[in-house]
Design a protein around this ligand. Structure first.
Ligand code: PRT
Ligand code: ZN
Length: 224
């Protein structure tokens, strides 16, 4: 991969993939993504697209090995806190908020749980994927709890007897409802964002980024 080409990381497969690819195409980037390849080279611009798990994107930008990345704020926030604790690089710039990937990160309990505010969770076990965002909220609320880290199926944790409550991403609320849970506290709101590495890019690359940002504005304004 040439240093001259702008490297953009996107989620390979998941909730952000289609919207991200659509946006890149609407910005005029021609690239064939109908393959299983990790790296796709644009045919009409000096741009390489890297397709990875969303969790890997913040670290690649923070380590400066990729120039731009499309990511959910929740993943960016969690990874920043995790790397901060580990003493790893966290510097980056958020260069654009995007109008897709919107969701909230909420505490939820069984429908029959007598919830009287966050104090009701004192001493209980809470399952989540984003342990650091939850920890910050609970510490600010001054409520002691036990964290139960699950990377998937968080919503079944109470029924499975793994936890008393959960903290998970919610968009329509259908998943909570299907699992007999009620949303009791929104602790974080997220959308997708475009992040850039902290270290300055070459003039050519930065000009290309500026052009892309202007085009993204145009595409997003047209959608409003
Ligand atoms: O494989 P990879 O690691 O790349 O993907 P992933 O499985 O970790 O993430 P993915 O594709 O599920 O989500 C990517 C990003 O999309 C998240 O980090 C959020 O920023 C954003 N997003 C927006 C969501 C949702 N909405 C969402 N509803 N991510 C997950 N959900 C899940 C939620 O966890 C729950 O299981 O959808 C379910 C709830 O949806 P509703 O509509 O029933 O409320
Ligand atoms: Zn992920």
């Amino acid at each position: 991969m040439s240093e001259q080409r702008l490297r953009i990381a996107i989620q390979k497969k998941g909730r952000l993939s289609d919207s991200t690819v659509k946006l890149l195409k609407a910005c005029g980037i021609k690239v064939n993504l109908n393959t299983q390849r990790l790296i796709a080279h644009s045919e009409n611009m000096p741009i390489d697209i890297l397709r990875v798990r969303d969790d890997d994107i913040p670290g690649l930008i923070m380590d400066g090995v990729v120039d731009l990345g499309f990511i959910g704020q929740n993943v960016l926030e969690e990874e920043s806190m995790m790397r901060g604790v580990a003493g790893e690089a966290t510097a980056h710039k958020v260069v654009k908020e995007l109008n897709f990937g919107g969701c909230r990160f909420s505490l939820a309990v069984d429908n029959d749980f007598d919830y009287q505010g966050v104090q009701s969770l004192s001493g209980l076990r809470i399952a989540t994927t984003y342990i650091h965002i939850l920890k910050r909220f609970m510490e600010e609320a001054n409520v002691p709890y036990t964290s139960c880290m699950l990377t998937g199926s968080v919503e079944v944790a109470p029924r499975a007897g793994l936890a008393d409550a959960i903290c998970d991403l919610v968009s329509t609320g259908a998943t909570l409802e299907a699992n007999g849970l009620k949303e009791v506290e929104v602790i974080y709101r997220s959308t997708a964002v475009l992040m850039q590495r902290e270290k300055a890019l070459s003039n050519e690359k930065q000009c290309l980024v500026d052009k892309l940002l202007t085009r993204i504005d145009g595409v997003q304004t047209a959608k409003e």
